[in-house]
Design a protein around this ligand. Sequence first.
Ligand SMILES: *Cc1c(COP(=O)(O)O)cnc(C)c1O
Length: 345
Amino acid sequence: MTASYRVDLDAFSRNLHRVREAVAPAAHMLVVKDDAYAHGLERLVAHAFAQGVRWFGAFDVVTGAAVRAVVGPEARIFVWLIGGADDLAAGIAADLDLGVGDEALLDDLAGLTVDGVARIHLKIDTGLHRNGIRPERWGEALDHTAALVARGRAELEGIWSHISEASDADDDEARAVFLAARESARVAGLDPRFSHLAASAAGFARGEFREDLVRVGAFSYGIRPAGGPDEASLGIEPIAALVATVTDVDAAGVRLDVGSLHGLPSTLAGRFDVDTPAGPRRVEAITPVSVSVAPWPGAAPGDEVIVFGRGSRNSATDLAELIDTIGEEIALRVSPAVSRRYVSS
Ligand SMILES: *Cc1c(COP(=O)(O)O)cnc(C)c1O
């Protein structure tokens, strides 16, 4: 395997700085699900921590514990995919902040026998219906939470939700539900320290959604939204490039190892140019094991070609837009078997 995914840690630093400035005075929670959006969890978490990031959003408890092992005790790590009692116990043991979007988890918590206080963030369903406590069940969930707090089993650290960021009107409606839920928590005597609602897009574009924490994944890695503002206007830059190597050259063209079986969607064939040593060349075919590119004079095995990302004409989102998807979808296709190489600019 000769392809590599080249991650520029200085560019990552600049994005982190930009996100921090854009969401201030709210804090940046760096979302690191999916192996830090395929950039490599450990390395990116360590780097972000060194750059001052003190909140991480890690999705599940196993990932949260892996982040804890990297950063030590001085950061907060929020996870929100929690399977049940065992996950809760493991989350408490790893000192994680636990997103609770299902009342059954409050029952599990009540029955837990392990030591330690669970720091929970209750999730109100503001319309996405993925997970989250429905508004009509919210009062019940608050009562249950208050009982757990009174027993010293839990602390209500946060109230949160996730919004679609599909339209301002939908998001405004979701926010109204969120604010009402938070108000009823206060009325019930529960006053969480942290509210969080927004991800990248709303966190940048809409000040009133920032609350205390903004959970930013995509923009931290320089992945702009499909159909949305460009990197320059957001002040971010792609941090990674998929660098492929020429494996063989013949009359039919130049073949590249992109190091993937689940690599690029074949529907992209014929639709974009990669950056070769001789300039842009069209990608002619994409099979599960190789990519063919229009030839150039002197092409030889070992030549490096940038398929997408930093330093090439196409970002992950540029490719995504050609096939009506989002940049994350392209970035997450980079095979885990491709080595991540970390560089400075
Ligand atoms: C993925 C995710 C985020 C980050 O979203 P981006 O658009 O990548 O910033 C935030 N919150 C939750 C709950 C998520 O699942």
